[in-house]
Ligand binder design. Structure first.
Ligand code: SR1
Ligand code: MG
Length: 409
């Protein structure tokens, strides 16, 4: 069947049609259109920003039947748009203000209409440019906690939870993560690549049997622990922030939750920690040590906010009979340790496998070599040392030591 790809020319008529009968008609029927821009820079979808002469905007996002990064040779279910739309709505219920507003979802065309966040910046872009909006890391820690609590058995009744788990099944996207995050970096894969000067580092990873065992453990947790409706791809490119004049973020939003599924809470935390270290590695490579340490401090900010928010919500759990305060302590320490494991997996995949990060890739090769090596060595070291001390401070100290030792100039 021919897939009907959305085009700029078609958008005015498309919006007018969808606005009919829509509860969000005022957001879709935006009046005289001034501009339509395709801005999708992700790996998978088409994204259009539509602006009216009045200044009102709306974003249209269409999932393609293939992976945009690779092209039609890698088919991929467009159903991921439904997953993103429903997840974003559920997350908005438990974490209001921390995700974009969804106005409309068209299941026939796999098109989501959502809030225009043009007054926000993608957090990765800001960090790469040396901008550090205050409070985003804490907001994301709160977001993960609210989702961990509000979509899990602590807040949702058993029958409803079973239904939600069924609806959130996302096997195609999960298998991308299973392959790209937990498998391919450790085996010979056509999708792997690195600088020639980093080949010994990649071989060291492939030959590290202790690390591979830990990554098998991480993969198993990812595939079996249906704890909450997690975001599933919460890197710094999946977060947008709007900064006020004081440098404090007035708004922080997690978007792009097409990889969402019922999975382990620590996977989202680990994704953020990994990306803070990747941002720090870039800053160290550029000789911006103070800024690098600022990136690393985000690790603690996210964890502290997550821990505090989850503890704040805990008294509201629906079943207190077995889930005691002691259980809460053990759950949080389990998640803290798993966060190290997932952070390692997410760091290593972004250096060796498909879908790398602009933080490292835009460095000139001489600096990229050390920055990439540092991230790989941190991934290796973190999996092993998490059992000694899983506090985020220990992660930051380790990252500082490993990344500064590995950098090249
Ligand atoms: C084929 S998709 C590659 C990557 O892009 C997304 O951001 C996910 O991280 C995925 O692994
Ligand atoms: Mg994405």
């Amino acid at each position: 069947m021919k897939y009907n790809i959305l085009t700029v020319d078609e958008i005015p008529a498309y919006l007018a049609l969808r606005a009919e009968d829509s509860p969000y008609s005022e957001r879709l029927n935006i009046g005289e259109i001034d501009s339509i821009e395709e801005v999708g820079d992700g790996n998978l979808n088409l994204v259009f920003i539509v602006r009216a002469v009045s200044g009102v905007g709306v974003v249209l996002k269409q999932s393609l039947p293939y992976v945009r990064l690779v092209g039609p040779d890698w088919p991929m279910t467009p159903e991921r748009a439904r997953i993103e739309a429903t997840t974003t709505k559920l997350h908005a219920e438990v974490a209001p203000g921390l995700v974009p507003v969804i106005y409309d979802f068209n299941p026939e065309r796999y098109i989501i209409a959502m809030e225009d966040l043009s007054d926000h910046v993608v957090w990765r872009t800001a960090l790469n440019a040396g901008d550090h909006p205050t409070g985003v890391a804490a907001a994301m820690g709160m977001y993960i906690a609210k989702v961990a609590f509000g979509t899990s058995l602590f807040a949702v009744d058993t029958v409803e939870l079973a239904l939600r788990k069924e609806r959130a099944q996302n096997p195609d996207l999960c298998s991308i993560s299973e392959d790209l995050v937990f498998t391919e970096p450790y085996v010979d894969s056509d999708r792997n690549s690195c600088l020639e000067s980093n080949e010994p580092d990649v071989h060291a990873i492939a030959n590290d049997s202790e690390l591979k065992l830990e990554m098998a453990q991480a993969k198993w947790i990812f595939m079996t622990h249906a704890e909450a409706l997690i975001h599933g791809d919460l890197h710094t490119g999946s977060v947008m922030a709007k900064t006020g004049s004081t440098g404090v973020a007035e708004s922080s939003k997690a978007f792009d939750s097409e990889f969402a599924f019922y999975g382990p809470v620590a996977f989202d935390l680990g994704a953020l920690w990994a990306n803070y270290s990747i941002a720090a590695s870039r800053a160290y490579a550029l000789g911006e040590d103070v800024r690098a340490e600022k990136c690393l401090r985000l690790t603690e900010e996210t964890w502290v906010a997550f821990d505090a928010e989850f503890r704040r919500l805990w008294p509201e759990r629906t079943d207190k009979r077995m889930y005691s305060d002691s259980f809460l302590d053990s759950l949080l320490s389990k998640w803290r340790e798993e966060t190290w494991l997932f952070a390692s997996a997410k760091m290593i995949r972004r250096i060796i496998g498909l879908a790398k990060t602009s933080d490292i890739e835009t460095l000139e090769p001489r600096l990229r070599e050390g920055a990439a090596r540092g991230v790989l060595q941190l991934g290796q070291a973190a999996t092993k040392s998490r059992k000694d001390d899983s506090n985020p401070r220990a992660f930051v100290d380790l990252a500082q030591a490993v990344l500064t030792r590995a950098r090249t100039n």
